[in-house]
Design a protein around this ligand. Structure first.
Ligand SMILES: C=C(O[C@@H]1C=C(C(=O)O)C=C[C@H]1O)C(=O)O
Length: 423
């Protein structure tokens, strides 16, 4: 592998606040991980690799380690996201036909804690001895916006009911305890649409979420699979959902019903336990296990479309581990897969009539300093280069689930991307 990897030259310098970061990304293929205006965006591509199969995350981790070791990095900002950065998106299933990717942009523009920076990356062989004059990428002119409607995908309401009923039968037979069943919705965006409009709308309507765009995968995820800043590890687990109410009274009733719902509490507990188990298993001898804490009781997270039961997990990165180790250990949590994990994943591959591609997989960035932020790619869509859109949304099925309620829950979960596409 080493022979094929390039030597990268990386320069980060601090800059005055550059304003809206999203402007600096590519209009047709945005690369973004932003929350409340802070984070990182990429422009251009100096290196890209794709991975597949059960070892896709481990393979990416190994390549990344080599790429970092061979890079020459000067980082005058020293904040999360500065230095060498790769953006990535991994398929949900090991059996997916879609590519899992890791790519290094030519430019990264970021802001964190009031510090703004730009990173320029090039192939060492190409720059020769001349030093890089680090500058901001040019802002591409604002391109066409579009307004489209999503329609039914291959998972029709009837097929969804059949899949949920079959899941319930298997739960009753003791095959597994929880499985997450999703549905798809499809549309067609004009190929030349400036996709920054879409990302901007997602960020404006869902400020509590992480707005992501990596390799055509775009959305606003409320769920942080895992984040490492310095040696601090954090994750936000969501599971248990009710749509927001239309009036204040109905909304308060929905919140109270979710807090008191044994079905949702059980579903949530499976998800938190799976995350703690995965993180704990990584830690053979030092800090993470002993230092892992989860919110004692889930809290109620309000998004414009839904209420979620949420738990935050905190810990310290074990020595020798990297964020991609954590991503590999955690994916897929029971929030998007099920319990027990292996049996639930096999059931998803069998019961869903589509390839999830990178939906519900990890999407994010990793830096040479070992920092990174990886969300679960929810509330979004795969948008191909020709503009074909496939959006996905799912929900956890446990013994007490009801097929009509589960279908109803997918509507609000599709709303972020459906609304953003409508313009
Ligand atoms: C699977 C999705 O969401 C996940 C499932 C949830 C649930 O079943 O209650 C809640 C949040 C997410 O972890 C989705 O949005 O597509």
């Amino acid at each position: 592998m080493t022979a094929k990897l390039p030597h990268l030259r990386v320069r980060t310098r601090r800059i005055d606040d550059p304003g809206e970061l999203l402007r600096f990304t590519d209009p047709l293929s945005p690369t973004v991980m932003l929350r409340r205006g802070d984070g990182v965006v990429g422009r251009g591509c100096v290196w890209r690799a794709s991975f597949s199969g059960p070892s896709r995350i481990a393979d990416a981790r190994a390549v990344w380690r080599e790429l970092v070791a061979a890079a020459e990095i000067t980082d005058d900002a020293q904040v999360p996201g500065s230095g060498l950065v790769a953006f990535g998106a991994f398929t949900f299933s090991a059996a997916s036909g879609a590519a899992s990717v890791l790519s290094v942009p030519e430019f990264v523009v970021g802001r964190r804690g009031g510090v703004a920076f730009v990173t320029q990356i090039c192939l060492l062989d190409e720059v020769g001895r001349a030093d890089l004059d680090v500058h901001l990428p040019e802002v591409a002119a604002v391109g066409a916006d579009a307004s489209i409607e999503l329609g039914e995908g291959v998972m029709t309401r009837e097929r969804h009911r059949t899949a949920v009923d079959e899941s319930l039968a298997r739960i009753a037979a003791g095959e597994f305890e929880k499985v997450v069943i999703a549905r798809d919705a499809v549309g067609q965006l004009p190929a030349r649409t400036d996709r920054r409009h879409l990302v901007r709308r997602l960020a404006a309507i869902y400020p509590e979420t992480w707005t992501y765009a990596v390799d055509g995968l775009v959305g606003a995820s409320p769920e942080m699979l895992v984040r490492v800043l310095g040696r601090e590890v954090a994750a936000r687990v969501l599971a248990g959902t009710l749509p927001r109410g239309a009036t204040d009274a109905a909304d308060a009733a929905a919140r109270a019903a979710l807090a008191a719902s044994p079905k949702n509490q059980v579903e949530h507990r499976y998800a938190v336990e799976s995350a703690l188990r995965s993180l704990g298993a990584l830690d053979s001898h030092d800090d993470l296990q002993s230092g892992l804490t989860a919110s004692p009781e889930p809290f109620l997270l309000a998004l414009p479309n839904v209420w979620h039961l949420a738990s935050d997990i905190r810990g310290t990165l074990p020595s020798g581990a990297s964020i991609l180790d954590l991503v590999e250990a955690l994916h897929p949590t029971a929030a998007v897969g099920g319990t027990p994990r292996g049996i639930a994943i096999a059931a998803i591959d069998e019961l869903e009539p589509f390839d999830r591609r990178r939906y519900a997989g990890p999407a994010g960035w990793v830096s040479s300093a070992g920092d990174g932020e990886w969300v679960i790619a929810l509330r979004g869509a795969e948008i191909d280069a020709d503009g074909a859109v496939t959006a996905f949304a799912g929900g956890g099925i446990v013994a007490s689930s009801d097929a009509d309620d589960e279908w109803a829950e997918t509507g609000p979960k599709l709303a972020p991307i459906a609304d953003a596409l409508r313009g």
